[in-house]
Design a protein around this ligand. Structure first.
Ligand SMILES: Cc1ncc(COP(=O)(O)O)c(C=O)c1O
Length: 397
């Protein structure tokens, strides 16, 4: 049957990662492909206890319709948290919108900001979900390359001086997905200065900041300018299935976001918001949760990087991330890692080829290896399989 879709759906790509999940469901497959949090990190006993208590004590309110910008209990906690983090008061009303994950925040921002042909500045590689969200509104992507210290903001400065006028600049400041890079303090400050000078809007997407296992914490870009919409989420630090994230931004932008959100879903689900607000507002709870889960990621990261070093050697190179879930690797002698993937899958291991994260999807020698969802032992075995896949790839050349 044929149907007439809107023109804007033409460029809409399917997520290579979601497509890959089909492969990873094959029996005995070890997947370095997904970026799912380790299930051991979910605080199930606390969630269960609090869910019972909420249903008992609050009754119908926890399953009723609620405000578009979010439950007041959660906005109260966010306001306190960000007043400390940004070193300035963040209002409960007007500066915060709770969203169905950060993914919805990206979609809503694209909806209210991007007209066809508008310039969206992004790094490449980029988080695929953001590219998908923006792409539907037909922007022109202007790619600013990055390195292990994040987007080369100094190149953006040159482009702005030469006349580039983006509608928004998209950055992932901590442990970027997929590059693992952390935007340096100098670049954060420069980006903020550029935002003020050129009246830009920065979209700072920070789902991974809480999962830091090395190095010192850095202030968000939003601490240096108010021309930022800062996104974050409970997905990585508590659990992704609740779909609770948030955005903190200028009241003018948040008011428009709230209107778009009314059209999208009226409000974020009431029950998970209250559940999470009640849990994270318990004194010390979030720090204890981080102290429990960060070592899990540190251990897995060490297991994967050490196994690569011992089993594969210099052929797979990468910068060492200071947190998050990803190793962004360069595989010497492999021009298109999609072809390596075919051999890897035959040997029982999957990863995401780098081209999935580039805006133009050109083949490259990069691969994203996620250490988040396998145990240290499984990671060792996954690398042994990858080495066999690599040998099979070489033999087939
Ligand atoms: C950079 C980035 N932004 C946003 C998201 C979406 O997160 P959420 O679960 O809050 O929608 C992800 C998820 O992997 C991500 O990696």
């Amino acid at each position: 049957m044929s149907f007439q879709f809107a023109t804007r759906t033409k460029g809409l790509r399917s997520s290579a990662i979601r497509d890959l999940l089909k492969v990873t469901e094959m029996p005995n497959m070890l997947s370095l492909a997904g970026g799912l949090p380790t299930p051991d990190s979910f605080p199930l006993p606390d969630l269960r206890r609090e869910a019972d208590r909420l249903l008992g004590e609050f009754g119908p309110r926890v399953v009723q319709y609620s405000a578009t910008d979010g439950m007041v209990e959660l906005r109260q906690w966010l306001s306190q948290h960000y007043t400390v983090e940004l070193q300035r008061p963040v209002a409960i009303d007007g500066e915060i919108v709770v969203t169905h994950g950060s993914q919805q925040a990206l979609d809503l921002l694209a909806k209210i900001l991007v007209d066809p042909g508008d310039v969206v500045v992004s790094e490449s590689p980029a988080y695929l979900g953001a590219v998908q969200a923006f792409e539907l509104f037909e922007p022109r992507f202007e790619v600013i390359p990055g390195d292990e210290h994040g987007m080369k903001v100094e190149l953006l400065a040159e482009q702005l001086a030469a006349g580039l006028r983006p509608k928004l600049v998209y950055v992932v400041p901590n442990f970027h997905n997929p590059s693992g890079a952390t935007l340096s303090l100098e670049r954060r400050q420069l980006l903020a200065r550029l935002a003020d000078e050129y009246e830009l809007l920065i979209v700072e997407d920070d789902p991974y900041g809480a999962i830091r296992f090395a190095g010192a914490e850095l202030p968000p870009v939003a601490a240096f300018t108010t021309r930022v919409v800062h996104l974050s989420t409970f997905s990585k630090v508590v659990a992704p299935g609740f779909r609770v994230g948030w955005m903190i931004g200028p009241p003018e932008v948040m008011a428009m976001v709230a209107r778009a959100k009314q059209a999208a879903d009226l409000h974020t689900a009431t029950f998970p918001q209250l559940l999470l607000a009640n849990i994270v507002s318990q004194p010390g709870w979030l720090d204890a949760q981080k102290a429990r889960i960060v070592p899990m990621y540190r251990e897995r990261y060490h297991a994967l990087s050490t196994a690569l070093h011992h089993i594969v050697g210099d052929r797979i190179r990468f910068h060492h991330p200071e947190g998050g879930m990803f190793l962004w690797t360069h595989v010497d002698g492999v021009a298109d890692t999609k072809q390596l993937l075919t051999h890897a899958v035959e040997h029982g291991v999957a990863f995401v080829p780098g081209s999935a994260f580039t805006i133009d999807q050109t083949p490259d020698s990069k691969a994203r290896l996620s250490y988040s969802a396998l145990s240290p032992e499984q990671l060792g075995e996954a690398v042994a399989r990858l080495a066999r896949g690599l040998a099979a790839y070489d033999a087939a050349r």
